[in-house]
Design a protein around this ligand. Sequence first.
Ligand SMILES: [Zn+2]
Length: 378
Amino acid sequence: MGVFTLEKKCGVTQARAGLLKTRHGEIRTPIFMPVGTQATVKALTPEELEAVGAQIILGNTYHLYLRPGTEVIDRFGGLHDFMHWQKPILTDSGGFQVFSLAQLSRISEEGYAFQSHLDGGSRHLLTPETSVEVQLALNSDILMCLDQCIAHPAGHEKAEAALALTTRWARRSKDAWQSRENHNLLFGIVQGGMYADLRTRSAAEIVDVGFPGYAVGGLSVGEPKELMYAMASHTLPLLPDHAPRYVMGVGTPADLVELTAMGADMFDCVMPTRNARNGQLFTHSGTININNAEHREAVGPIEEGCGCYTCRHYSRAYLRHLYQAREILAHRLNTIHNLHFYLNLVKNMRMAILDGTFERFRREFHARQQVAPAANRS
Ligand SMILES: [Zn+2]
C-alpha cells in the first residue's frame, strides 16, 4: 500500500493535494483524465496530450475487448506500447458500457451477459473475473471493479440490490486481482443510487473489502445537479483519507472545482473532447460556441492569455472558418484548447491547495464564470 501521499489539505474546504504512485509514473492530484475510449484520445497524438498537461488517460475496457480484442493488445504487452503512451492509464470495468451501449440480455450473480453493439450481436459474458483479466491484459495502471449501474431514477429497493451485488462483485474482483501477480492498482466503486443511507452502507462495505483507491460511481446519470453534489459530499468523507478518491464521469469545470472542494482527487469526462468536436469551447468566463456569427471576424484567440497551442497561434475567425468548412484541423485545435483548459484548471487548483489559497481560488473561479458571456468580448 502507500501508493497515495496526501501532501496538503485545504483549511477551509475538504480539498486535498496528493501524489499517486503508479507503475508508469507519479500523478499529481487533483487531476483530470482525458477519455481515450478506443485507445486514442480523439484527434490528438500522445505528444500533444503531454503538451496539454495530461498525466493519465482513461481507456474503455468494453470497446477494446470487442475491438481490436485483447489478443491483439496482448502482443504489445498492453495498451501503452500499442498506442504509444508511456504515462499512466486507468481502465473502467466495462460495466457502464455494457449497461449503456450493448444489448444487455441478462444480469445475474455471475455477471453481465450481453451482445456486442458492433458485429450484429456476438454473445459475451462480462464477470468481475473476466473484467480484471481483460484490464490486466491491457496492462492498465489502475483497474476498476465491475459494478452494477442503475438508471436514474431508481427506487430504494432496486438501488439497494444493486449495491449489494456491487459489493459481492468487488470481493470477487479483488480475489481475481490478488490471484495474479501484478503491480497494477485496483479501485473499488461506491454505489447506492441517490440515497444517502445506501451510499453510507456501500462506502462501508467497499472500504471493508479494502482497495488502494476508491471511486464514487453512479453520479451524473441524469439527476439534478444539486442531488449529484449532495451525494458526492455525503460519500467522499466516508472514504479513507490516505487513498485517492475518484468521482467517475463528471463533469463541467465548475463541477471539478466543487467536487475538489468536497475532497475528490480524480475526474474523467468526455465533455472537453466531445464538446470540442461540436465547436463548444471552455473559457474562464463561460463557454463559447465557435460557430456563432459573432466570431466571424474575431482576430483574438479563444481566450486572451491562454497558453495553449491553439490560442497562441490562431484566431476565433480562423477556428470558426475551419469548423464551418468541416476541416479535421478544427477537431484537433478545439480539443487542444479544451483539454488544456481542464488540465490547467486542475493544476491551478492543486497550486492553490498547496499555497493555502484554494477557497479564494474557488470564489474567484465562480465569479469569473458568471461575468458577461464570452460572446460580448471583442
Ligand atoms: Zn487556448
